[in-house]
Design a protein around this ligand. Structure first.
Ligand code: TXA
Ligand code: MG
Length: 313
């Protein structure tokens, strides 16, 4: 076993906090069966106590041990998408404490595919509660360097794992109700889930702080951001003047203080998005203008994060 992973496992067993890479974003992990460790985790993230965390496992068998009912649909989704960037919400098993579920009767379960995460979870054996390793409400980290800028000092150890391949948080599907519902779009698209489930997904329920749709300015850069239609971009730059940062598919005609060119393909765009938002924040402009991508299903996850970054989620 890798020495760094061995150390991280010992830290988890002792109730400490470990940052680890996943294919989506980096997570700040703690032993999900240790209430004191979870309390430390919430304090480090400055996260409200009623906001539930996702619990990560090495495989579906262990993950489903935390649910009291595992519908056939969950087995089918696990077979197709785990390990990978999908989180399932199921009814929690009796041993699952309020401290990981924010007091809800459900629990979020995920089996990540990143090799370092897999090794960590395999050696640890149990569930690792892990929100994204950023201060609550801020842009998620997609590299160990991002974590160090943000809350690295709060963790007892940071495992390196390169740039996260997916770059945005996992898709969340709720299987605890009468019909499956999509709570957060991600790399695994709604149509892919529907194809396996054999039914349409419901939309998330009314806005509640309990799930990621509930907080408007989530995943937000510090600089105010605005989404702009492609044809309106140059006029908007001219109107705002000098200190503007632009995230766009091509170079604006107007001169700008900071410009980041984004890929035209949604998966590549998602992979790049959070580091681009961090670069734009670092440029200390007054406004970030984001050229809107197309409104098509393959851009749904990126559009969701952009709307949240702009505070219009
Ligand atoms: O890709 C990811 O999912 C990353 C990596 C580290 O795995 N984790 C992540 O965690 O994004 P976090 O805590 O930043 O976001 C998890 C979201 C929260 O907004 C939370 O509300 C929702 O999952 N969630 C967790 N358990 C839930 C539950 N029982 N019911 C509804 N939503 C839940
Ligand atoms: Mg997060």
């Amino acid at each position: 076993m890798n020495d760094a992973v061995r150390r991280a496992v010992a830290i988890l067993r002792a109730g400490g906090l470990v940052v680890f890479p996943t294919e989506t974003v980096y997570g700040l992990g703690a032993d999900a069966s240790n209430p004191d460790a979870i309390e430390r985790l919430y304090a480090a993230k400055r996260r409200p106590a009623d906001h539930p965390v996702i619990v990560h496992f090495a495989d579906a068998r262990r993950a489903f041990g935390w649910a009291r009912e595992v519908p056939e649909a969950a087995h089918r989704l696990a077979a197709r998408f785990w390990p990978g960037p999908l989180t399932m919400i199921l009814k929690r098993a009796p041993q699952v404490g309020d401290y990981v579920t924010g007091g809800q009767d459900t629990v979020g379960l995920r089996v990540p595919s990143h090799p370092v995460a897999r090794e960590l979870l395999e050696q640890f054996g149990g569930g690792v509660a892990a929100p994204s390793a950023n201060v609550f409400g801020r842009v998620s980290p997609t590299s160990a360097a991002h974590v160090r800028e943000d809350l690295g000092a709060e963790a007892d150890c940071v495992l390196e794992g390169g740039s996260s391949e997916v770059g945005i948080e996992s898709t969340i599907v709720d299987l605890s109700g009468a019909a499956p519902a999509l709570l957060r779009p991600g790399h695994v698209r709604a149509e892919q889930l529907e194809a396996v489930l054999g039914c349409r997904l419901g939309a998330k329920a009314a806005v509640s702080p309990r799930h990621p749709g509930g907080l408007e300015r989530h995943y937000a850069p510090r600089t105010p951001a605005i989404l702009v239609a492609p044809h309106a971009l140059d006029a908007r730059i001219a109107q705002l003047g000098a200190r503007v940062a632009v995230l766009a598919f091509s170079r604006p005609d107007e001169p700008v203080a900071c410009w980041v060119r984004m890929p035209r393909e949604p998966a590549a765009y998602a992979q790049r998005l959070y580091s681009a938002l961090r670069e734009m924040d670092a440029a200390r402009c007054e406004t970030i203008l984001i050229e809107s991508p197309p409104e098509s299903p393959d851009w749904a996850a990126v559009l969701d994060r952009l709307r949240r970054a702009a505070g219009s989620g």
